[in-house]
Every structure is written in structure tokens, then in C-alpha cells.
Design a protein around this ligand. Sequence first.
Ligand code: SF4
Ligand code: MSK
Length: 597
Amino acid sequence: MTRTYEGADKASLGLLKIVKERGIETLFDRYQAQQPQCGYGKLALCCRHCNLGPCNVDPTGVGPKRGVCGADANTIAARHFLRMVAAGAAAHSDHGRAVAELLIATARGEAPGYKETRQKLWEKLGITPRAIDREITEALHRTGMGADQDYKNLIRHASRTALGDGWGGAMIATELQDILFGTPKPIRGKANLGVLKEDEVNILVHGHEPQISEMVVIASQDPALLKSAESVGAKGITIAGICCTANELLMRHGIPMAGHMKMQELAIATGAVDAMVVDVQCIMQGVAEMAKCFHTKLITTSAKARIEGVEHLEISDETALEKAKKIVWMAIENYPKRDKNKINIPKGEMAEIVVGFSHETIKYMLGGKFRASYRPLNDNIMNGRIRGVAGIVGCTSPAIWPDQQPYVQLVKELIANNVLVVQTGCAAAECARGGLMIPEYKDYAGETLREVCEAVGIPPVLHAGACVDNSRILIACSEMVKEGGLGHDISDLPVAGACFEWMHEKALAIGQYFVASGVYTVFGISSPVSGAPDVQKLLCEGLEHELGGMWAFEPDIKKMGRLMMDHIEKKREALGINKERERKLYDMEERRKLEII
Ligand code: SF4
Ligand code: MSK
């Protein structure tokens, strides 16, 4: 990886230069130190699922073709794929369970069910999820030594497990969080490291479950704590988010977003973070080392995610507010310990944003209070003003040095071609920092998409939430089908999904539930099954015949955009909406018939 310190992401590059000069390690250094990464691992051709191994399969065919048990490349790669999907599904679903427990403790609520033709297809293929825990347990059983050795069967169960996540675990998490903390509505906010304040106590909340961060926000408004902050010389208390917690707080309360996954260490390197509070998922152990180089107090809060040597303050539903106040107090106490020489908040690095486009909000904005509906969206897709919809979601990775911003490039290209973009997760955070999420950005959209954005009052790039909230996109797709005029199934819609810098297993679970729901889904960087051509072919071609959706893996961002737009046009063609409609001129006889109807 060539490292230049000039480029669009000035905030990250400036801090990377500073930490390099100080000899402080970041994820980018660790990524570099791992190069070249294990070739077998990269190709998904190593297995250590039992103690006969570890076994490698030689992709050149010269060395071993099978593991000790006889498993071939396809079985090994498909098992890895299924295990990763299961782990991703487990993360979302455990998140959903935690929210449900909180909800039971406070109120009763129900999540909506959605029926469509697609369910019949899942029944036919035997991939209708039964219960999320059951599918995850079965995934682990199937992938152990001596169980499922048919890659097609393994991938089928990956679909079942992923569907249990997208339409089950993750959807429950989103719906229940909306009940507990409010359904997001458009709200203004700010993004990037410049949201940290030199003269205030800065607390970063990082992770995924809003139960804890919501309480930290409430605690930070406590008059007694604000007074305490003043007493140590701070003008106030700033809360800012990292990763998907940032998305959650931003879209519900307008709490500023400091950055995404690969910025978590750099945020501490500003020297202005008095406390970083973490819960679960995407929290790197590296933050503990980074915190040691500064005055930052790192606090873990979940029994499911502790870091050795880091202060742990476990938060339960009953004690959340009390513990959150303690955390705020710890940050206040820490404020005077800042080393002024180490403070480097990237000045001026802050973008205005408008976020909070839940599917309910999109429906409302399109149709108004009394006629909330997806009709205007479908009509504008049918008349060609909007070519289609793209979901650009998922992670950020140190494989991409911050002088490039592939998500920003991709989104710019899509909207310029009149494709409406919906975003979640760290990809959304990256484009928010890039300044793409304001209504004024419509001026960068193609002419017809711009007209629609102006008429409806939405940006061409819609922020729909955290990575767990991709279920909102599934619901929006269902609504589009239900509204009519764009086919009878999600797989008929001119839509495509992408995750360029995918990193977490959750991303694979999301990709697979989109594919199994009928959506064409493109992932960047590398394929998780590249060493097994048959599995790759199944994912990228075979699944389309069964499910209507399929994968593509494309490491070139330009080509990724082209693939998505080609797919959208292919679907438009199949729907017959690319043709100019002939004007039908009725004669008197036909008019009379119309009136009778
Ligand atoms: Fe080797 Fe088979 Fe055991 Fe995997 S399951 S480690 S391929 S013997
Ligand atoms: S935080 S899963 S890096 S989106 Fe949800 Fe970001 Fe991916 Fe983690």
C-alpha cells in the first residue's frame, strides 16, 4: 500500500501523519505487517475445524487436493462461508435479543410481518428460517468435521441462516429500537473528527447497541454533571459517536458522528477524547493500546465484550442511567489530565448532514401524512426519472488507505446517473463525512433525479441507519413491490446493493440475506470463496436461477458502479419500462367502455 498524506480525507491523513511521527501503531500498520496475508486463508482453503488439521488445499492442484478427512476445496470454502454468515447473523440477532429484553422490561411491542410471493419460493427451496438460534446452531453443526459435505447444501443453509437474520434477528433489533428510542425522522447533524471540542469534555460512544449510548446522552445533560464539567474548566460536555452507535445516535438525536470503524484509533489520537465507552461489535483491541498513548479512559460496558486490562463498568437495563452518569463523571475527572501538546483535532474537518430516512419517513415524504406511499417513487422509476435504487452499505477496512474514498466515488457516480442511493453503516458514515448527505447535494445528481429530489425535498443520498438497519432497506423493497408496477417480487425491482470495504462477518450475513431476498449484491476487496471456483460460480451465477438475486465480487470501484447500473438497466428492460410508452388515443366506442368500468 503506497502511503501519501495528501487526499480527500484530510482528518484521517493528518492524524495518521502525526501518529507515524510519534511511532504509534494503528490498524493500517498492523494491516501492512500482515502482508502478504496467508494465501490459503485468503482463498478460504485452510481448515481447522477438527484436530486432524489444520489442513490446506493447494489451488494449483500440485499439492494436496483434500483435507485429511477428504473435504475438498468447495466443501472447505462453503463451510467457511456458512460459518461467517452464521457468526454475522449471531451478532445481529444477539443484538436483537438484548433490545427485546429491554423492551420486555419496559413495555410490550410488536414487529410487523411481511408476506409476499417470495415466501413461497423460500418454502419450495426449504430455506424458510425456522428460528434464528436454530439456524445458527445448525450452521455450526453442519460445518463441523463429518457433517455436510455438499457445497450447494451448505450455501442453501447460509441462505436460511441469513434470512433468519435479515427478516428476523436484525429486523427485530431495528423495530424494537424504534419503539424504545423513536423511529428516525430527518434531522440535521455533523460528521467527522472536527466535531470534537478542544474546550469541552469529549466522550466517544462506540459499538452497536443504543441502550447504553442513549443513557450516556441523557447523563451528559444532567445539570449536576454539567456543573462538574465547568468546575474542571470545560465549557460543556460533547458526546460523539463512532461506528454504528454513531449512526444510531445521529439519526435519532442529531448527536455528532466522529467517524467510522477504521477511524476508532485515530479519534483517540486527537488527544481530546476524555472517555471512550464501548459496548459490542467492531471494537478493536488496538484502541486499548492507543488509549495508553494518550489520557483517554477506555471503558467496556458489556459482559459480552471485555478487553484485557481495560476498566469494565457493566451496564444492565436496570442500572443503565446510574452507570452512564458514572461514566460521564469519569470523563469529567479525566479532562484536566489532557496533554495540551498532544491535542490535534482536525480543525474545520466537519460536514453538515441530514439523516434519519427510515422507510416510514421515506413513505411519508413521498406521499404526505394522508397518502403516505411509495407510489411517487415507483412512478418516477417507471417513468425513468429515477433509474433505480442502490443500497451502499457496510464496513470500512484498512485495506483502503484514506487518500481514497471509494464509497464516495461510487455514490457520486450512481447519483450522477439518476440512481437514488440509500446508505447504512460505516459506508454511510464515510459519505456523510464526504458531505454527500445534504439536500443541496441534489445539484450533483443527474438532471431527472435532481428534479425528483427538489420536488420531494430529499437528498439524493439517504442515510437509513446502522448496519443492523439494513432490514429497513428490505422493508422498503417489499413496499415497492406491494405498491405495484415494478413486478411481483423483490428480484424484479431495478435495485442493487453493494459493500466495497467489507470486513465483518455481519456484512456477509447481510449480503446473503439480500441475495436470498432477490437482490443483486456486489462486494469489493476480495471474495470470501475465491479459492473454490464452483462455490464462486454458485454464488455469482447459480443463485440467480434459484433466488433471483446473486453475488458479484469486484475489487475495482469503477467496475462495481458499472455492474450495478447494468443490473438496474437489465431489470428495467425486463419490466418493459425502458421503452417509451405509446400514446393510446381512444375512439368514442372505447371511451364509452371506460366510463362503464
Ligand atoms: Fe482437515 Fe477435514 Fe478436519 Fe478440516 S475437518 S481440519 S479439512 S480433517
Ligand atoms: S460498524 S459491521 S464496520 S458497517 Fe456496524 Fe461498520 Fe461494518 Fe462494523
